[in-house]
Ligand binder design. Structure first.
Ligand SMILES: Nc1ncnc2c1ncn2[C@@H]1O[C@H](COP(=O)(O)OP(=O)(O)OP(=O)(O)O)[C@@H](O)[C@H]1O
Ligand SMILES: [Mg+2]
Length: 293
């Protein structure tokens, strides 16, 4: 038995007319203590299905048909729902892709932090509120005292994501699972949020499983990477090995597809032929856009 997360032979299906459709075909991997593991793969390859199966946040018609998920010696798929709810939040923090979906629009943020505490048998008092404010500050929220007294709709996307990360870390979970925590954010804010997550993860004994479609994020933040393709885990290994010597053809093509135009003669030629692109933003314009908020 290892500490950390141990996923074996995970098969997840979605019921459909005419029978169940398999979305995961037997996935096995580990996330060791203090490890940061990334999951990559094209849209529809099953990344979210993996993390939702593990956290038991899969909604019908989805269901785990086979396999096991063991976290710190506990078989998660066999736990009663009540025990699983206790574990989520306290031992496993989950950061959803859309931060606003995780926030209650009609409750002040301080009340939502208090509810998380109470739901897990932690007293919601001045000390726990102080901890929430400190976490908001650590995730880069300006004026956390003012923000915590406000509502979700007053937040920008980047701020909402920081609040959700602070909530996920609130009860000091040993494992943080994040499903594309930064897709909705602009590049500068993405980096800030990821830096924050890493800072709060490394050296804390915490491990992290992070879904992303950004190989740059994996290269910079992850120890190991899992490569998904059509519901299969086609390759996994240390980032340094997978990125330099991919074993599976899909991984190799994924890496080629993000090679920068300057490194790929054909792409550079195509770009020149297409003329000036409106996707290329002058640095000054980009700076003033992100600097203002
Ligand atoms: N609610 C659902 N009903 C039926 N099938 C589903 C449902 N959700 C997911 N699937 C199936 O599971 C597969 C994997 O979906 P999943 O959302 O896990 O992909 P993903 O890798 O997270 O994609 P993305 O990068 O777009 O978020 C899909 O291709 C689809 O066939
Ligand atoms: Mg997804």
């Amino acid at each position: 038995m290892t500490a950390g997360l141990e996923v074996r032979g995970l098969v997840t299906e979605f019921a459909a007319r005419g029978g169940a459709v398999r979305a995961l075909h037997g996935i096995s991997f580990d996330v060791g203590e203090t490890e940061i593991v990334g999951i990559v793969g094209e849209s529809g390859s099953g990344k979210s299905t993996v993390v939702r199966s593990i956290t038991r946040l899969l909604v019908p018609p989805g269901r785990v048909a086979e396999g096991s998920v063991v976290f710190d010696g506990r078989a998660l798929l066999d736990l009663p729902e009540r025990r699983m709810r206790e574990l989520r939040g306290r031992d496993i923090g989950f950061v959803a892709q859309n931060p606003f979906s995780a926030l209650n629009p009609v409750l002040r943020l301080e009340k939502q932090f208090a509810n998380i505490a109470k739901a897990h048998g932690v007293r919601a008092d001045a000390a726990s509120r102080e901890r929430a404010v400190a976490l908001l500050e650590a995730t880069g929220v300006n004026e956390p005292e003012r923000v915590i007294r406000g509502y979700a709709h007053e937040l920008s996307g980047g701020m909402a994501q920081r609040v959700v990360i602070a909530m996920a870390l609130y009860l000091n979970p040993r494992l943080v699972i994040a499903d594309e925590p930064t897709t909705a954010l602009d590049l500068t804010v993405q980096r800030q949020v990821l830096d924050t997550l890493r800072k709060l993860t490394s050296g804390s004994g915490r491990s992290m499983l992070i879904v992303t479609h950004d190989l740059g994020v994996v290269a910079e933040y992850c120890d190991r990477v899992l490569v998904m393709y059509r519901g299969n885990l086609v390759e996994q290994g240390a980032v340094s090995r997978v990125f330099t010597a991919p074993e599976h053809p899909y991984t190799a093509s994924l890496l080629r597809s993000v090679a920068r135009p300057a490194e790929s003669p054909n792409a550079a030629e195509a770009a020149r032929a297409a003329g000036p692109s409106d996707r290329v933003q002058p640095v000054e314009a980009a700076m003033s856009e992100t600097g203002g908020a």
